[in-house]
Each structure stands twice: as structure tokens, then as C-alpha cells.
Design a protein around this ligand. Structure first.
Ligand code: ADP
Ligand code: MG
Length: 269
């Protein structure tokens, strides 16, 4: 396999310690029908870091990310082989609803319920899962989550206005607040800024940096520049294979694989 050599791969070294990772995959293979999309990916994602999965469009990033919280299985054509563990436990031995509560997801297109109020967008998951009881508790959690998502100051005086009144960047932070409100341990983000302007992008990147104190963030991006800005660790995926993985600084300064170097220097799409 074209993966980084064993002596240079801190992830393989770490795995000798039998540490629990936020997420780890073992020989993960994913197919849509006969189309083999993810090929033998074994990956360890440490806790409370920003971990980027980067690679060109179509290489399987979204597919792999959706497998991490069992959203992928909502697609009947998708078939997964191998194992995925969250904090050491196979997600296939857990209730999928519970998996998705521990591992939240933010999508490429901000998807709040547009006609629902800002407050209710954040509170909905809490109510559906009966995580908080009184109205007071709900309001406290909504405020807490909006602060974590760096949106509170902009919306505190209009919590009952519809989410559609917000800009695209604000809507994406609202979606982050909605996930944060559930107190997940891991947040998956699939190209969360690809539809946003540079200023909104910067706000979200700063917010990601804050969030990692408390949660593990796995961010998918097709942009090496974004991976370099936000992540502590990075995995380079190409045509469904894990080419290289390691600390972001190391990989950008000294890529070990030729394919990684070509990608980072813009010689690959
Ligand atoms: P990326 O997020 O890196 O752009 P994707 O995971 O979206 O890549 O896609 C990887 C491959 O899987 C592509 O060849 C794509 O056409 C295929 N694919 C993605 N989603 C589906 C689907 N729902 N059904 C069938 N094939 C899919
Ligand atoms: Mg994608």
C-alpha cells in the first residue's frame, strides 16, 4: 500500500500504545453497488484535535465522513466493510441514534430549518432527544451553544426571528450551534466553508480552533490551504486510498509521498 512508511508514521506508533482514539478505522472499505470508493483505510484520529481529511473532489472524503456516524447507511446502495470505532467501541455495536449523538455532523450547505426561529433551530435536537426538560434549561443551553458557535452576540436580540433572516455564514454557525447543543464528543464537518465568503470562512475557522478544546473536530476539505490553516493532523486521501497521514506541520514541510507533494504544490486537481 502507498501509505506512509511505518517508521515515519506516528499513528502506527501511537497504535502500539493501545490508546483510545476519538475515531479509528480498521481496513475500511466502502462501496456503492460495485463501485469501490474507499479502499482499505486504517486511520486513527486522536482526541481533542482538529483532524483534516483532504483530497481532490471525488476521492471519497464525504463518503468516509458519513460512515463515521452511520449516516451513510441511510443510502441503501452503500456497503461498508471493516470496522469503525468511536472511543474504542465499534459503532456497529451501538444504536445508530446514539452514535449520531456522540458524533455530530455539519454539512457543506448550511441547512437550518428556514422558517423555524433561531432559538428553536438550536433547541430542536434537545427537545426531540429529551435531553433538557424545563424551558429555562433549554434557553440556557441555547445561549451556551450559540456562544460556543460565536453567534450569540449577533442574534441575542432576535432569537425568535426565522433562521432565514441570517446570512449564509451565520446560518452555518447556527448549524454548528445546533450540533454543539447536543454536547457531542466529535463533530464531523464536510467542507463547512465551501459556500461561504472569506470573512465568514475566517470566523468559522477561528471557531473550530476554539471548539477543539472540548471536542474532536474532523474536517473534510479539498483545500490544502484550509487544512494547513485549521488542522493539527491531516490525512491525504486520493482515489479512495489513504496516501499519507501525520502532523499537519510535518506533512506540509516534508511530504513523504510523491503524490502528496504533487497535491500540495498544486500539480494535481
Ligand atoms: P468527495 O467528497 O471526496 O468529493 P464523495 O465521497 O462524494 O467524494 O464521492 C466519492 C465517489 O463516490 C465518487 O466517485 C462519487 O461519484 C461516488 N458517490 C458519491 N455519492 C454516491 C452515491 N450516493 N451513490 C453512488 N455513488 C456515489
Ligand atoms: Mg464531498
Amino acid at each position: 500500500m502507498m501509505i506512509a512508511k511505518e517508521e515515519n508514521n506516528i499513528f502506527l506508533k501511537q497504535s502500539n500504545l493501545k490508546q483510545n482514539y476519538a475515531i479509528s478505522t480498521e481496513k475500511l472499505n466502502i462501496y456503492y453497488g460495485d463501485h469501490h470508493v474507499i479502499k482499505d483505510v486504517s486511520l486513527n484520529i486522536p482526541e481533542k484535535v482538529v483532524f483534516a481529511i483532504m483530497g481532490p473532489s471525488g476521492c471519497g472524503k464525504s463518503t468516509m465522513l458519513r460512515a463515521f456516524n452511520r449516516l451513510l447507511e441511510l443510502n441503501e446502495k452503500a456497503k461498508v466493510k471493516g470496522d469503525i470505532k468511536v472511543f474504542g467501541k465499534s459503532i456497529y455495536k451501538m444504536n445508530p441514534i446514539k452514535v449520531r449523538r456522540i458524533v455530530g455532523m455539519v454539512f457543506q450547505h448550511p441547512n437550518p430549518f428556514p422558517h423555524m426561529s433561531i432559538r428553536d433551530n438550536v433547541a430542536l435536537g434537545l427537545k426531540l432527544n429529551k435531553l433538557v426538560k424545563s424551558k429555562k434549561e433549554i434557553n440556557e443551553r441555547v445561549e451556551w451553544a450559540l456562544k460556543k458557535a460565536a453567534l450569540w452576540e449577533e442574534v441575542k436580540n432576535k432569537l425568535d426571528e426565522p433562521a432565514s433572516a441570517l446570512s449564509g455564514g451565520q446560518q452555518q454557525r447556527l448549524c454548528i450551534a445546533r450540533v454543539v447543543a447536543m454536547k457531542p464528543k466529535v463533530i464531523l464537518m464536510d467542507e463547512p466553508t465551501s459556500n461561504l465568503d472569506p470573512i465568514s470562512t475566517k470566523k468559522i475557522e477561528e471557531l473550530i480552533d476554539e471548539l477543539k478544546r472540548e471536542v474532536t473536530i474532523v474536517i473534510v476539505t479539498h483545500s490544502p490551504a484550509q487544512a494547513a490553516r485549521v488542522s493539527d493532523y491531516v490525512a491525504f486521501l486520493y482515489l479512495g486510498k489513504l496516501i499519507e497521514v501525520g502532523s499537519t506541520v510535518d506533512m506540509f514541510e516534508n511530504p513523504k509521498e510523491k503524490l502528496t507533494e504533487e497535491y500540495l504544490t498544486g500539480r494535481m486537481g
